[in-house]
Structure formats: C-alpha cells, structure tokens
Design a protein around this ligand. Structure first.
Ligand code: ADP
Length: 259
C-alpha cells in the first residue's frame, strides 16, 4: 500500500506503475537464477597451475586454546600431501579452514585462485560443491538412499558414479543401502561421493582410520589415482599405509608446522 502510494505520488500512470513493478520483479528473479548458476570459471580458477593452495599466516583460537599459530603452506596441482601430528595439534582445524567451513582469526587462504575469506556464504557453498571433495573418518552416508544415490548427492552424473563404483569394487553393492555394507565398503562410497563431481582438491580427515587392509588399500589407491589424473589431496593421517603413498608429509605440532 505504502509502496503503491509512493509510486502513485511520483506521477506515473497505472500502466507505468505495472511496468515498473514488472521490471523490478524480473530483476529480482534474474538475480535469484544467477545465484544458482555455476561460478564463472574464468574469475575463480587459478591460471597458475603450480599453485592450488596458498595459506599465509593462519591463526585460529577457540577461546583460550590456540589451534593454529601462524601457519603458512603451499600445495601444487597434482600433489598428494599428508598432514600429521599428535592429537590436538590443529590438523582438523586446518583442514576445515581450507574447506571454508571454519574462519581463521588471522591470515589468508587462496584455493584454486579464489580468496576463500572474501567469499559470501553462497559463494563458499558453491566453492565447496565445485572445487572441494570432503572425506571423513566415518563415511556419513544417508541411511535411506542406496549407494549410487548416496554418491550422486554430491553432484556429478550417473556415468561418473558408475565408473567410481566399478573402480572402487562396489559393483555388487550399488543398489544396497548403507547398513547393508561393511565399514570399509561405506568408506569407499564416501570416497566416491567426494570424487564424483571432479573436484580440484580432496580434503580427507583420517580416511583409513577405521579400515581393514583391503578397504584401506582401495581408498589409498582411489586417492592416488585421483592425484595421478591431475587432482590434489590433503590428507590428515598417521596411518603408515597412507604415508608411504604420499608425495610430501607436513607435521603440525601445537598449531605450528614443525617440518
Ligand atoms: P587435531 O585434529 O590435530 O587433533 P584439532 O584441530 O581438532 O586437532 O584441535 C586443535 C585444538 O583445538 C585442540 O586443543 C582441541 O581441543 C581444540 N578444539 C578443536 N575444536 C574446538 C572447539 N570447537 N572448541 C574448543 N576447542 C576446540
């Protein structure tokens, strides 16, 4: 009412008012549609192929606990890097900061040419959807979806999902639900979900922590193959089965890189 009164007061004819409202609505709808479109690759993807991750002077505290203390780190495209250190060293915090899930108190984070701290909430969601693949220690699958549907939750297409189902030895399990799978099979599904949308960087938090040798090997080979095909992996681990397959090991102690 107030809006119409204001427009009315501006001297526009009824047709002019309708025209103005239509233009405003069109503009709102177009903005909404644009927010759902993929991020413009030109503006967000790094042209310097040698550098996928660049962290400078990252610090993060939880009240009085210092989790990260002036951490700087670079990772190239096609690198498989392990992050190790004792419990409480800040490994998970670092991983979640790189994923844009946690904000640091200080420092800068560039991933694939994007400044993660400059992104809006929506841009961060798109960044994680397009650039990042996340693997946790427990697979965190949706209990009522079958394996193929669980993988496709992350995006990608059915043919890529089926390719991963085969390469991770899950063919016989594709139409089962998670509770019908072993922990190792579930973790392989978790890895397939992280890879299905062709991310640039996989962040994995102790992905083989609970696994028998066969499943651990499948997960490690899956990560290695992803790197050999041009992807990059940052994995928190103390598992020797993983450490022997990575290109570089970084050690965190008390929130600082010690080696
Ligand atoms: P790591 O993964 O190496 O075990 P974390 O990154 O989980 O280490 O934690 C680093 C430090 O921050 C630890 O001392 C931990 O207790 C503390 N910490 C982690 N998350 C929180 C939180 N949400 N609230 C308070 N302290 C936390």
């Amino acid at each position: 009412m107030l809006g119409l009164a204001l427009i009315g007061g501006s001297g526009l004819s009824p047709i002019g008012i309708v025209d103005k409202i239509t233009k405003s609505l069109t503009w709102v709808v177009l903005r909404k549609i644009r927010s759902y479109l993929p991020v413009n690759k030109q503006s967000t993807i790094n042209t310097d192929k040698s550098q996928l991750v660049r962290l400078v002077g990252l610090s993060k505290s939880y009240e009085t606990v210092v989790a990260l203390d002036d951490v700087s780190l670079r990772m190239g495209v096609g690198e498989f890097v392990a992050l190790r250190g004792s419990s409480g060293a800040g490994k998970s915090t670092l991983l979640y900061v790189v994923a844009g899930l946690l904000g640091p108190d200080k420092g800068s984070i560039q991933v694939a040419g994007s400044d993660v701290l400059e992104m809006s909430g929506l841009e961060k969601t798109r960044f994680r959807k397009e650039v990042i693949g996340l693997v946790f220690q427990d697979a965190r699958l949706i209990p009522y979806l079958d394996i193929r549907a669980n993988i496709l939750v992350a995006g990608g297409d059915r043919s890529r999902a089926d390719e991963l189902i085969i390469s991770l030895g899950l063919e016989a399990r594709a139409s089962h639900i998670p509770e019908e799978l072993s922990a190792g099979e579930q973790q392989r599904v978790g890895l397939a979900r992280a890879l299905v949308h062709h991310p640039k960087l996989v962040l994995a938090d102790e992905p083989t922590g609970n696994l028998d040798d066969v499943s651990a090997e499948a997960v490690i080979l899956g990560l290695r193959e992803f790197v050999d095909n041009g992807g990059s992996v940052l994995v928190v681990t103390h598992d020797p089965r993983v450490l022997e397959k990575v290109d570089r090991v970084i050690t965190l102690e008390g929130g600082r890189i010690s080696s």
